[in-house]
Design a protein around this ligand. Sequence first.
Ligand SMILES: Nc1ncnc2c1ncn2[C@@H]1O[C@H](COP(=O)(O)OP(=O)(O)OP(=O)(O)O)[C@@H](O)[C@H]1O
Ligand SMILES: [Mg+2]
Length: 390
Amino acid sequence: MSEHSAAPARGPSTSEAELLRQRVEELEAQLAQSQKLLAIGSLAGGVAHDFNNLLTAILGYASLLREDASVGPQVLEALDVIEKAAERASQLTGQLLGFVRRGGPRRVRVDVHQTLGEVAELLRHTIDKSIRIETRFDAGASHVPGDPSQIYQVFLNLALNARDAMPDGGTLTLATTPAAGMVRVSVMDTGAGIPLHIRDRIFEPFFTTKDPGKGTGMGLTVVQSIVRSHGGRIEMECESGTRFHVDLPLSAAQASVCAEEAEAGATRGKGSVLVIDDEEVVRQVAARMLNNLGYHPICLGSSREAIDYYSRRSRDIDMVIVDLVMPELSGQSVFERLREINPRVRVVLTSGYSQDAGVEAMMDRGAKAFLPKPYRLAQLSETLAAVMKA
Ligand SMILES: Nc1ncnc2c1ncn2[C@@H]1O[C@H](COP(=O)(O)OP(=O)(O)OP(=O)(O)O)[C@@H](O)[C@H]1O
Ligand SMILES: [Mg+2]
């Protein structure tokens, strides 16, 4: 536009009009894009929520069967596969949610070197042998606070792009170097590089140069969104191949809570537990698990009914497990009502969205624990035992 000196008084010149039209088209495209993302976001959120309820039933019953002394080795083997597959499904929903949720990601101590090692291992087993995989870990500190499956996904997406860039073979290097307060992870390939004219667009949602069915163009969009939500940054360099550098802030020593829940034996307990969940399969499996652990379960699907029940029987109830997403009253209102009835009520919040808005506020106001769905016998028993002790 700067080319134009004296704009004619009767309105924009043809080339100005042309530029304006282009700008409008660009804006329209951007709008369409963000609407698409919004739609995907709410769809993904809904799917993930329902999915985690179903996974709670699958993993819950699998963990119950595992406790059953009469099952033979073949059943145990089948259970292994069922649990692994369900865990993977649950990680996937986690990733889906990680991409759409507004709150911060799950924060646990993640060893970037270990994660890169796992990615390298997976690639060595799955990608064409014409691609050599090298690792070079030169960073001294490699622990970052973050969401393990999201960080895994970042490295895997970058590595798969690198693979796709080397159809005739080459070298894929996963490397780390120290950077002030951060760890720099570099994913490098010896492919053809990224043509100049598309470099600005690679992070755009749905931008892909791959054939239909080969790529969705969401890989780098997800990568960038995850890196940002971890307080990091990503850079790209093309020089005899492509290099993506991801800088992630290191853990402060105190941020180191180890999360990978040990698959400890279930702690038994006693007392009555009121479960408020609108999903029938979740109520069923929760009742079975609670029985198995020695608790007396009372499961109700309607939050109003549950509050009514609690107001009559609060003295007989030792704990309440409240699902945060329910049709009639939100988990938050249920929590408030329960506290009005009994300020010392022991409430365990549960949800298929790992970090619902409001969870922290409710924890501040006296909720005792948050139990993410899907949960199994071990997680349920640990949480309840801790809450009963507190
Ligand atoms: N290492 C690389 N070398 C060359 N081009 C790359 C590299 N990484 C990304 N690109 C380019 O950026 C585009 C977008 O990448 P992105 O990961 O977002 O989507 P995709 O790989 O096409 O599809 P998918 O959603 O399956 O990841 C790719 O189609 C490719 O053109
Ligand atoms: Mg990709």
